[in-house]
Design a protein around this ligand. Structure first.
Ligand code: HEM
Length: 447
């Protein structure tokens, strides 16, 4: 096994999705499968193995696509993983996302009883993500993945979601996404924020020390846990027309609409951070990977440039929180691999066309609870940490229509009242993406 000098990171045993950025532009598809027969499930894993690339891969993986395979708790059970081993996984993973709905704020329209079938049910066993730079390569790779399960009686394809980068390179609300990512020691990807040292590998991949200096709890046996990572996927429907109507109603001009939208996100649509360019969008800055993530909030503690309640600042408060050393922001970082689905609502349209559009939010990390769940519950769905307990994330906080968002200003701050819910959860799942040796171990299970 090749070991990355200095960090011991076994890149060629780690699935590509966690540590490698996906292509841009991209097209992709997510497949969910149900295993009705353990032997067929293991045959599926055996067939998927040669298709899954490792973190060692160069720009274009061997199969022309980034293929990642992950399993839910029910999926590992369906493969015949022994109970003792199942019990060694993180408790949240064992429960599954639907069981965590109350904690996560998935209520009302976002409640699991309203989720798209079969999301959130014990039928979801295997998740396969296939991402490529163009449709022809994607089809070829997806066909291989399809062949892997097609003739297998006992394995059923139960859901498929296609995704693609919108023509403007943005997500459905109009913003560039996927910029704020931590670098990981030993992954080969440099930090794009001079104020943020690369994270210890154990924050993202199991089997290595994390930021606390300890090895994160790892499922047993070691061959199953090592080089694996927890993956969260959430299909999030975005109510783009409602979002546009709200901004139109609150703003006196198009310029102000853009400003209010940027204040809610923490970046302008181009990706330019408000902290660096507080007055107006700066597309050159937004497109410049060397500069668009190179900032902190320490010189803007009162949020005059970027409100403390803005989505990106809540999700990663950077140096604004650890001023007194009480909060270690580095313990709550995550890799995001979100993609867009559904058609774009054409520019300027304010009426809902009924189409389903949004993002498939994807998280990768070693700690479901202190990374994904912490950020969602303490920082996005709550405002205590910024001294505004009644406020939630203005974009994704799933407000019930009574939420408020505060924009600090002099002489008087501005409050945006009655925020409608702009994002509805359509469903999702907690998964585990094992290392390649672990996939082999799963394929060879003898039960
Ligand atoms: C439909 C739902 C969502 C939309 C439209 C959305 C959109 C965005 C946008 C436009 C950015 C700024 C660009 C960037 O820094 O990459 C961003 C950043 C971010 N979002 Fe979201 N997001 C959504 C849901 C979530 C959820 C559920 C989480 C976590 C639980 C999350 C975590 C983050 C993080 C960690 C950042 C990076 C912050 C930074 O490092 O500065 N987002 N999001």
């Amino acid at each position: 096994m090749t070991v990355e000098q200095g960090t011991g990171l076994e890149l060629d045993d780690i699935q590509i999705g966690a540590l490698h950025e996906r292509p841009s532009p991209y097209v992709g598809t997510y497949l969910l499968l149900r295993i009705d027969d353990p032997a067929a499930g293991r045959a599926l894993v055996r067939r998927l193995l040669p298709l899954v690339d490792s973190g060692r891969s160069t720009a274009l993986p061997e199969h022309g696509a980034w293929i990642t395979a992950a399993f839910t708790y029910s999926g590992l059970k369906a493969l015949g993983v022994p109970q003792e081993s199942l019990d060694s996984f993180a408790p949240e993973f064992q429960q599954g996302m639907a069981a965590r709905a109350t904690e996560l704020g998935d209520v009302g329209d976002s409640h699991p009883s309203n989720w798209e079938a079969p999301l959130g049910t014990s039928d979801v066993h295997v998740a396969v993500a296939v991402l490529s730079s163009d449709a022809a390569r994607l089809e070829a790779a997806a066909e291989k993945a399809r062949r892997a399960h097609k003739e297998l009686a006992g394995v059923e394809l139960i859901w498929r979601q296609d995704c693609y980068q919108l023509p403007n390179g943005r997500t459905s609300f109009g913003f560039k996404d996927g910029i704020g990512q931590p670098a990981v020691e030993g992954s080969g990807t440099p930090s794009r924020n001079a104020k943020e040292e690369p994270l210890k590998a154990g924050e993202i991949v199991l089997g290595y020390p994390d930021e606390t200096g300890e090895l994160p709890p790892m499922p047993t046996p070691e061959v199953l846990g090592r080089n694996g990572t927890y993956v969260v996927f959430r299909k999030l429907h975005t109510r783009v027309a409602a979002y546009r109507q709200y901004l139109r109603a609150k703003a006196a001009s198009r310029e102000e609409e853009a400003l209010l939208g940027a204040k809610m996100v923490g970046r302008w649509q181009s990706g330019a951070p408000l902290t660096v360019s507080p007055e107006r969008d700066d597309p050159e800055l937004g497109a410049d990977a060397a500069r668009n993530n190179d900032f902190g909030y320490a010189d803007d503690l009162r949020g005059f440039k970027c409100p403390a309640g803005a989505h990106a600042r809540r999700a990663n408060p950077r140096d604004s929180l650890d001023q007194d050393g009480s909060v270690n922001v580095r313990l709550h970082r995550m890799i995001r691999r979100g993609t867009s689905y559904g058609p774009m609502l054409p520019d300027g349209v304010l009426e809902d066309d009924g189409a389903d559009r949004g993002i498939v939010f994807v998280f990768a990390g070693a700690h479901l609870r202190r990374q994904f769940e912490f950020v969602k519950t303490q920082w996005l769905n709550d405002g205590i940490f910024i001294g505004a307990p009644a406020e939630k994330d203005p974009l994704v906080g799933q407000s019930d229509g009574s939420g408020t968002f505060t924009i600090p200003r002099t002489p008087i701050r501005r409050k945006l009242p009655d925020l409608p819910p702009f994002v509805v959860t359509r469903g999702g799942e907690y998964c585990f993406a094992p290392g390649l040796s672990a996939l082999r171990w799963l394929a060879d299970l003898d039960t």
